[in-house]
Design a protein around this ligand. Structure first.
Ligand code: KG4
Ligand code: ZN
Length: 367
């Protein structure tokens, strides 16, 4: 049994949630700062930290109130301590440390990247315990990450692909800025693309194809989105002589073709990796996993032997339910973080995934 408070402040959402036993979400509060950052066309780390400071208390209070839980009833406090924006992470981490210290509760530092993957299991934690769920391939695709993580039945994990420049969400955010649509770009591009022709313009699909870098073994499942961004920039320069902005059909076709290039690469690489590693489950998670075109495309291209698990939309973008849920697996093993736990900005080398929690007997029985 566990009752855990989760706190998440790694980017521009201030979030708090209470989760029971890793999967019963009693509350899930998210305060978005989107409006504050929109004017800058992206997240400003120091501004994010300041906003977290003002939002944290009310968000925390309402998460506890909604769950009907007092601080004394909690078993632990979990907090994202990386990867993310350093000034933003520190607000949540210090808040969690204060609550833990003041209430004599254990502290559990959570890796945001792994929490995004766990989000796909919040509605069905039992699936984690079924050996036939593995090997599992997760496409984590957000504003900060675009990566493929392979997890075997023992919980051993390995990054088999990652972006060598921008994340897919970043590519969508920057395109939306160039097109004058606003921030965050993903949902705005999706809306602008709705009635457009995705095949009107051919945007580059970097690191795909049959020649050059794309066929180098180290890049087979890697991603690159700087080329597609540059191609849009040049197209807009050509079209926008005299400061003209795209609108109507032209805007819709451009947004649709750009979105198609990004989604096509994500879907094709994920399908290829799923085949190569003969995985039984593919997880789609992270903010870009909200995208309707990507959600519809993956089932079309995945091998039949791989079951697709889509994180619920509300758990795709940053939230604290995934943080409090994942923390349950540390709590069960008494794996707590020391009071001087640090925040970290970049993704560390991931060698195991804590939520794959098999007993040795199950593994030996399978072999
Ligand atoms: O996971 P998330 O909330 O934050 C990070 O950890 O980065 O992801 C945010 C990203 C942004 O780049 C945003 O544009 C993108 O997710 N996003 C979408 C959609 N909704 C959010 N991208 C494509 N289509 C969407 N519907
Ligand atoms: Zn995230």
């Amino acid at each position: 049994m566990s009752l855990i408070l989760g706190i998440e402040t790694s980017c521009d959402e201030t979030a708090a949630a209470v989760v029971k036993n890793g999967s019963e979400v009693l509350s899930n509060r998210v305060a978005s700062q989107i409006a504050r950052h929109a004017a800058h066309g992206g997240v400003v780390p120091e501004l994010a930290a300041r906003e977290h400071l003002t939002a944290a208390r009310p968000v925390l209070k309402s998460a506890l109130r909604e769950a009907g839980v007092g601080l004394r009833e909690l078993d632990a406090v979990a907090v994202t301590n990386g990867p993310g924006l350093m000034p933003a992470l520190l607000v949540g981490l210090n808040l969690a440390k204060g609550i833990a210290l003041g209430n004599n509760l254990p502290l559990i530092g959570i890796n945001h990247f792994i929490a995004h993957i766990y989000a796909a299991f919040l509605d069905d934690a039992a699936a984690l315990q079924r050996p036939e769920t593995y090997p599992l391939l997760a496409l984590v695709v957000s504003g900060g990450h675009t990566a493929l993580l392979l997890v075997d039945v023992r919980g051993q994990a390995r990054l088999v692909g990652t972006t060598i420049d921008d994340a897919a969400g970043e590519a969508l955010d920057k395109a939306a800025k160039m097109l004058g649509l606003g921030y965050p770009g993903g949902p705005l591009i999706q809306r602008a693309a709705e009635n457009g022709d995705p095949f009107k313009y051919r945007f580059p699909r970097s690191l795909t194809g049959q020649a050059g870098k794309a066929v180098a073994p180290e890049h087979r499942f890697n991603f690159s989105f700087s080329g597609v961004k540059t191609a849009l920039l040049y197209q807009l320069r050509r079209a926008g002589q005299g400061g003209r902005r795209l609108e109507g059909r032209e805007l819709a076709d451009t947004a649709a073709s750009y979105q198609e290039a990004v989604i096509d690469v994500l879907a094709r690489k994920t399908a290829a990796a799923a085949g190569e590693y003969a995985v039984r489950t593919v997880v789609l998670c992270g903010g870009v996993a909200c995208n309707a075109v990507l959600r519809a495309r993956l089932p079309e291209v995945l091998p039949e032997t791989a079951a697709l698990r889509l994180a619920e939309r509300k758990y795709c973008t940053d939230n604290a339910a995934m943080v409090a849920g994942l923390a349950h697996y540390y709590y069960e093993k008494n794996e707590f973080s020391p009071p001087d736990t640090d925040a970290f900005a970049r993704l560390p080398l991931i060698s195991e995934v804590p939520f794959v929690n098999f007993s040795r007997e199950i593994i030996e029985h399978r072999e």
